[in-house]
Design a binder for this molecule. Structure first.
Ligand code: FAD
Length: 447
């Protein structure tokens, strides 16, 4: 019977090992995507992510259709949906590329066991990470909690495999399986339509992802080390949503970067992505629990909703923070340096629990992913792996002087934050810093 290729966080044709396995098997192919908002523990997508997913699926469907195997869309708890499709289509095999979150792994393992019991061939592949989490270990056989030795250990392993070529034709099933209509999934915002800024900034889909990679390597990589921290410089790759949705594989990015040369610093950023996913693999509760348990003793004061809302809307009166939060709201993206400053301000100046910030980013980032987002929030909070020490509290004014010296970035996103009638900061930076350090004493005592 036909082979089902179950697409998940790998919305691409090139370098897709699951798709390659289906082609090699020789039977007709059913390409499947499941919108799963029901399986226990699987985190519902945020609004910006849903927007990206809609467009990326539309692009993938077009490309699959041109090659002979249109995308089948189904909605529901994934285990049931896949099993139903196997039965309806009398499929003989199911292939997918692995996921690394806890609930997703449980679901995939149960499905794999169930289908195999019924005599269906099932195989999973490494497509989304350069190094499988169980292959990177310390000398003592445990996982790494510090980045530098982690990445050194990765680089000592055999190099990531070369990317697989993109298939030109696919043998789809003759009478296609029934599919939902993408528009009926309601992934796009209606009223209000807040996606104008996203449409202006981004073009989801595999062809645009590959174009952006080439453009970055040709035009920006040379200046990356020098200018990557300056939000107005446009010196970074903007690949994060493309990697999040797997429109381009990390293997492709890796090999094309190595060919382009001078990519050590940039490749180590891909290393942070790996480190975040490996950390989630070993600690599935990364989005809700402090990785370092002594942080459970942190005395978060009672939440002041007006402060949280001012932060969300970019109305804190701190120019760099406000610029960043408005870039995020408008475009679904924020530069890494500004993410760090905005997160630090929420946690350490407003004394708001990092989980509230993580949730907001989850809802508003087009690159929001189950590992990098909580990993980086915990990194800023001090509770995470290889985290910034708690007492290193970013001073947003100094950060702006250093990385946005001529004010280009703040002028673009928060011009009202500059000049004579600029609003006062919501909290006094020095006093709130002292309060944060006092609160941290509880953590020190609990350690
Ligand atoms: P580049 O500098 O060009 O880096 C290349 C790639 O490396 C990125 O596309 C990304 O895949 C990876 N990368 C770079 N830095 C990191 C990092 N610190 N952690 C993990 N991967 C990294 N990144 C996400 O992809 N998803 C998130 O949900 C996310 N949430 C974040 C939350 C906070 C509070 C902070 C401080 C950072 C977060 N990041 C997240 C990391 C980082 O800000 C983005 O990956 C980066 O800004 C994306 O821009 P770029 O693709 O131009 O990066």
């Amino acid at each position: 019977g036909p082979s089902i290729v179950w697409f998940r966080d790998d919305l691409r044709l090139a370098d897709n090992p699951a798709l390659r396995a289906a082609i090699d098997r020789g039977e007709p192919i059913i390409a499947l995507y499941v919108l799963d908002e029901e399986s226990p523990g699987v985190r519902a997508l945020g609004g910006a992510a849903r927007w990206w997913l809609h467009h990326s699926l539309a692009s993938l469907d077009t490309r699959l259709r041109e090659r002979g195997a249109p995308l089948v869309l189904r909605r529901g708890p994934a285990e049931r949906v896949v099993r139903d499709l196997v039965t309806d289509a009398a499929a003989g095999a199911v292939f997918w590329n692995r996921r690394y979150g806890g609930p997703e792994r449980d679901l995939d393992a149960a499905l794999k066991a169930g289908l195999r019991d019924e005599g269906v061939e099932v195989a999973s592949f490494a497509g989304s990470l350069l190094f499988e989490p169980w292959t990177v270990k310390t000398g003592a056989g445990t996982h790494f909690s510090v980045f530098t030795p982690f990445w050194r250990a990765c680089l000592a392993l055999p190099s990531p495999r070369a990317p697989l070529p993109e298939p030109r034709v696919l043998d789809g099933v003759r009478r296609g399986a029934a599919s939902d209509s993408l528009d009926d999934w309601g992934l796009l915002p209606r009223e209000p339509d807040w996606a104008g800024g996203l449409r202006e900034r981004w073009e989801p889909g595999e062809p645009a992802a590959r174009r952006r990679l080439r453009e970055f390597l040709e035009q920006d990589l040379a200046a990356y080390d020098r200018a990557r921290d300056e939000p107005a410089a446009g010196a970074t790759s903007l690949l994060s949503p493309r990697l999040r949705w797997g429109e381009v594989s990390p293997h492709t990015v890796w090999h094309e970067t190595v060919e382009a040369g001078h990519g050590g610093r940039f490749l180590s950023e891909l290393g942070w992505r790996e480190f975040a996913w490996h950390t989630l693999f070993h600690f599935p509760e990364l989005a809700t629990k402090n990785l370092r348990p002594e942080f459970d003793a942190f005395p978060w004061p009672r939440l002041r909703p007006s402060h949280l809302e001012a932060w969300q809307r970019g109305r804190t009166g701190v120019p760099l923070v406000d610029a960043g939060m408005r870039e995020l709201w408008t475009t679904g993206y924020m530069h890494n340096r500004v993410r760090m400053v905005a997160a630090s301000f929420l946690i350490k100046n407003l004394l708001i629990d990092w989980r509230r910030g993580e949730e907001w980013f989850w809802d508003t980032l087009v690159d929001a992913d189950g590992a990098s987002n909580p990993f980086n929030w915990q990194w800023v909070a001090g509770s995470g792996a290889d985290a910034a020490p708690y007492f290193r509290i970013f001073n947003p004014e100094l950060q702006a002087k250093k990385f946005d010296a001529d004010g280009h970035y703040v002028r673009e996103w928060a011009p009202d934050a500059l000049g004579d009638d600029a609003p006062e900061p919501l909290v006094d930076l020095a006093a709130s810093r002292t309060a944060a350090l006092d609160a941290y004493e509880h953590v020190k005592r609990a350690a």
